[in-house]
Design a protein around this ligand. Structure first.
Ligand SMILES: [Zn+2]
Length: 139
């Protein structure tokens, strides 16, 4: 990939649409940023390289959303979790295919790039969701 690609959220989403979870790694201090940003918040460096991040991690925390913004109302209740990825990175996302009573802090989830059960435009989340790493027994 060209290193000329901008280190922006738009580019991050574009890469996600190609099934690639990519972070911007600061060439000066080595800190990775997810999503990538044009300015390192650690050393104020502006030179970055793209690194691909393994699309699985451990669930750090989650929140069940009962009252959602208008465009998400058809989805409630839904769950938003934060995944701890490699390289100290964290990624928030909507958790799918895990019954709320089976959610556990520390469980392994993967970042799934397929479409996520809604045709709505996601104003904040790109088209990925967090799904169980292994198939859960059907409930
Ligand atoms: Zn830096």
């Amino acid at each position: 990939m060209s290193t000329q690609e901008p280190f922006s959220i738009e580019q991050f989403y574009k890469l996600l649409s190609q099934n690639k979870l990519m972070a911007g790694k600061c060439l000066k201090c080595g800190k990775s940023h997810l999503p990538p940003r044009p300015l390192c918040d650690n050393c104020y460096g502006t030179q970055f390289g793209w690194v691909q991040i393994l699309n699985e991690g451990k669930l750090l925390t989650y929140t069940v959303i009962h009252i959602a913004p208008t465009q998400f109302q058809g989805l409630t209740p839904y769950t938003i979790g934060i995944l701890q990825l490699a390289d100290g990175l964290q990624l928030p996302g909507v958790i799918q295919d895990v019954p709320i009573e089976q959610l556990k802090i520390g469980m392994t989830l993967k970042v799934d790039f397929s479409t996520c059960g809604t045709s709505q435009n996601w104003p904040q989340w790109p088209r990925y969701c967090l799904k169980p790493y292994e198939e859960l027994c059907s409930v």
